[in-house]
Design a protein around this ligand. Structure first.
Ligand code: B3K
Ligand code: ZN
Length: 865
């Protein structure tokens, strides 16, 4: 397959104003009839070329006249009609086989229910079409099927007709008044339980809200519904954006490749992001539901009303919508730790992507398989880029930019440049240098040196920036980096900033050139600088802090992220020294500093839980060019044990204090549970038998999944005595509930035990484990390959081989999932021998597969190339 380039973009030669679809449902032989009003765009004589895959063409007619085989030509991927007028009606009939569709793209069956996933290019598996986001049509959809089997037959927009046909089937017709690209088309047919509610918009319109879940799951639907209503209200309050149809439907299905999909008026969700109650779901699951429900809802404006011109612009809607859902979650929980968790994703995963074979700018320039670009770069780094504009323009300025964006582009398919232009024009703020963020891959590195002059009481910071070459681009230029700065004295008190340099709201300095300096006046003593407060830019920052300076920031900075970051840096420093054999212990003042934080009654529980986190393996791996993995893992263990014995008494006392009589889902109760889990982890590292007792007690006495899973997770991570019996108990209780068993599968995957491989084989044989279900596959496979570092990187290469086998199977079942799960192997260049060679050997084997999917071909090809 050949790469498509952003620079090759051409506007469409034809467009489709209206499409009337008739879909006759039959698991193995669904007939799709489409009647399209097509118009030529511009002056040319080119033929009409439609996309289509895995379709059985039945007939083609133009303006009511059937074409014979000389009137068109077909390949595996296209239908070309040579002689067409300037405006005509095109009628196409195809047959498709949803039951055989295990790729879960196009029309497929999820546990007997029909559903669709069309983004990015799945509509072409339903019928021949101009499958590109800049062709916007009005859709009418008639679904025909057996109403006793499929009591609900749903599509986008409003239901406008329902009738019984002579043959006993039922026909339901839906009309979507908003023109849309075909990637937002959806159809669902099945039998569900329905939770109904309503929302009154700010202009007083009444919207019906419907949540469809598998039979018997109504007791798990309330939180998603409440989150939806919160999201609708939030978008009105913060952006003045109101919902635009009379009905909003959400359907939860068990077989789904991603989290969810924002189809106009008919979201389809992975049931993981809908179904939850206290018994079956964790605090983290509830959080996930709130953010994904919010995310898909926010797409109605950022994505649907204003959509992307082409798929290279994906971050236009995804970066912006992730930013919006992050802000929504922050506002709902009112907590600063959301920011820490968001940054952890960037550092653990996005930095790795930037440094790896698939590096791409948030607006990629070359794509083979679009589904491979729904990445942490496009989504999460994309959100960081939007956040930087928010930081530079301020909340009001950003809102002005959003207003202008909608004023200019509502109903259009536009580019990332159009968005930046609106921000720029609405604020008369120069974002020319800032646009580099859309063009350049890679993580910029900012190095900082400083000089304090006691005589003049001035303090100077010298900045220099540099972005290392990435796999896709060697030349980089300086970009616009907002640095939120603070200075602190030895007691941790903030020093007021006096400078002639231009700082925007909140002491943000814009680094625009390769190097620059800023001088501060009236600084009475040599200060400790905080240079990236709130993680004001997705960069790596190098400044030679002393241990004492980092401890000062960790204990006193008012910015939660900076405190967390300071401890992470301190611990990482010593983990590396131990891994490199330069020292064997953590200095006492650092141990004391961490202990002081653990016992500080002023620190709120959620933040304290984060401050007591060890650096993640991925985060550490991203700090160096090449990794010898086992010494690094050993060093982490050394630090863990050392800190654990110092923290033991304190954590034990905290753990007792934090126990709650019953389960509440408010922010404070969640925070307490999260800190209590962190304490239990430290207790386990110091004293396994003591932790074992606590885990068994917690598991048995608790009424909620959060605490039960905390107990199980710790028993599993430290392989405590009760580990097996708790795992068995859990399996007995939940074996018929796939969604809950995902948690168990994940723990099996990351079990750090010599029995690891034998155990994996046993688990794969369980009736509830299905490689065809993405949630099941991901839980076990990523549990192992992304979290079980010791055994994934086993000396004999057996971990790599295990993953490669799964990938080979998934290649033919579900290429999108295969392409996601192969990621750990593609990072082989990061590791020293023998690991690197063993990983590479597995990739080479996969690359030889005769039926290798486009998805894997792109990723494996780049990784080997
Ligand atoms: N837009 C969808 C993702 C589609 C994935 C295509 N492979 C979900 C989201 O980001 O909201
Ligand atoms: Zn999205």
């Amino acid at each position: 397959a050949k790469a498509k380039l952003l620079s090759d973009y051409r506007s469409p030669e034809f467009t489709i104003d209206q499409i009337d679809l008739t879909i006759e449902l039959e698991p193995q032989a669904t007939r799709v009839t489409s009647v399209m009003q097509v118009r030529r765009q511009g002056r040319h004589n080119n033929p009409l070329v439609l996309e289509g895959e895995q379709l059985q063409l039945q007939s083609v007619a133009i303006d009511g006249r059937m074409l014979d085989a000389t009137g068109y030509s077909q390949t595996d991927t296209h239908l070309t009609i040579a002689e067409v007028g300037d405006a005509f009606e095109l009628n196409i009939v195809v047959m498709i086989n949803p039951q055989a569709n295990t790729s879960l793209e196009g029309l497929y069956l999820s546990d007997g229910a029909f559903c669709t996933q069309c983004e990015a290019e799945g509509f072409r598996k339903i019928t021949y079409y101009l499958d590109r986001p800049d062709v916007l049509a009005r859709f009418t959809t008639t679904i025909i099927g057996d109403a006793s089997q499929f009591p609900f037959m749903l599509s986008n927009g409003n239901q406008v007709a329902k009738q019984q046909l002579d043959d006993g089937r039922t026909a339901v017709t839906w009309q979507d008044p908003f023109p849309k690209p075909c990637y937002l088309f959806a159809l669902v047919a099945g039998d569900f339980d329905l939770l109904e509610d309503s929302f009154q918009t700010m202009s007083g319109r009444h919207v019906t809200l419907q949540l469809f879940v598998d039979k018997g799951n109504l007791d798990r639907a309330d939180y998603a519904m409440a989150s939806l209503k919160n999201a609708m209200a939030w978008d009105e309050q913060v952006y003045g954006l109101e919902y635009d149809l009379d009905i909003y439907m959400v359907v939860a299905v068990d077989f789904f490749n991603m989290g969810a999909m924002e189809n106009k008026g008919l979201n389809v969700f992975n049931s993981k992001y809908v179904l939850a109650n206290a018994r079956s779901a964790t605090d983290q699951d509830f959080n996930g539901i709130e953010s994904v429900i919010g995310h898909e809802y926010f797409h109605n404006w950022t994505g649907n009303r204003v959509t992307c011109r082409d798929w290279f612009q994906l971050s236009l809607k995804e970066g912006l919508t992730v930013f919006r859902d992050q802000c929504f979650s922050e506002d709902m929980t009112g907590s600063a730790v959301n920011r820490i968790d968001d940054v952890a994703i960037i550092r653990s995963h996005q930095f790795a992507e930037d440094a790896g074979p698939m590096a791409h700018p948030i607006r990629p320039q070359s794509v083979i398989e679009m589904n491979n670009f729904y990445t942490v770069t496009v989504y999460n780094k994309g959100a960081e880029v939007i956040r930087m504009m928010h930081t530079l323009l301020g909340a009001d300025g950003f809102r002005r930019g959003m207003d202008l964006y909608f004023e200019r582009h509502d109903g259009q398919a536009v580019t990332c440049d159009d968005f930046v232009q609106a921000m720029e024009d609405a604020n008369a703020f120069d974002l020319s240098r800032f646009r580099t963020w859309y063009q350049q891959a890679g993580t910029p590195e900012v190095s900082v040196t400083d000089h304090y002059n006691a005589e003049t009481q001035t303090y100077t910071l010298n900045f220099s920036q540099q972005t290392p070459a990435t796999a896709d681009q060697s030349d980089k230029t300086a970009t616009h980096i907002p640095l939120r700065i603070g200075l602190y004295d030895d007691t941790g008190a903030a020093i007021p900033l006096n400078t002639e340099a231009k700082l925007t709201d909140g002491n943000v300095y814009s680094l625009l050139t390769e190097s620059a300096s800023v001088t501060f006046d009236h600084v009475k003593t040599a200060p400790t600088p905080a240079l990236l407060k709130g993680f004001s830019a997705p960069i790596k920052l190098n400044y030679q802090y002393s241990d004492v300076q980092l401890l000062t920031l960790a204990q006193h900075c008012e910015d939660g992220f900076t405190r967390w970051d300071a401890i992470q840096s301190l611990l990482a420093r010593y983990i590396w020294q131990i891994a490199d054999g330069e020292t064997s212990t953590l200095p006492q003042n650092i141990i004391d500093g961490v202990l002081a934080i653990a016992s500080d009654g002023e620190i709120e529980a959620a933040l304290k839980a984060r401050l007591l986190q060890l650096p993640t393996v991925n985060g550490l791996v991203n700090q160096r060019q090449q990794i010898d993995i086992h010494p690094l893992l050993n060093a982490l263990d050394v630090i863990r044990e050392q800190l654990a014995s110092a923290l033991y008494d304190c954590c034990l006392a905290l753990y007792q204090q934090l126990q709650q009589p019953d389960y509440q889902l408010d922010a404070e109760s969640i925070a307490k549970r999260s800190l209590s889990a962190s304490c239990l982890g430290w207790i386990a590292a110091a004293n396994p038998p003591a932790a074992d007792q606590l885990c068994v007690a917690l598991y048995n006495n608790s009424d909620n999944m959060t605490e039960q899973l905390n107990a199980l997770t710790i028993a599993n991570r430290f392989d405590l005595a009760s580990r097996n019996s708790l795992m068995d108990q859990f399996e007995q209780r939940w074996q018929d509930d796939g969604l809950v068993m995902d948690k168990w599968l994940n723990l099996q995957g990351c079990w750090n035990s010599e029995q690891c491989f034998g155990n994996l084989a046993k688990v794969e044989g369980k009736p509830f484990f299905k490689l065809t279900n993405p949630n099941r596959a991901r839980s076990l496979i990523a549990g192992f390959s992304a979290m079980n570092y010791r055994y994934f990187h086993a000396q004999d290469g057996s971990g790599y081989q295990w993953l490669a086998e799964k990938i080979q199977n998934l290649n033919s079942i579900n290429p999108q999932i295969a392409a996601r799960l192969i990621n750990p192997l593609t990072q082989w260049r990061k590791f020293t021998a023998p690991q690197a060679d063993q990983m590479k050997a597995q990739l080479e084997q996969i690359y030889q597969l005769s039926d290798l999917s486009k998805d894997l071909q792109e990723i494996v090809g780049k990784s080997l190339g």
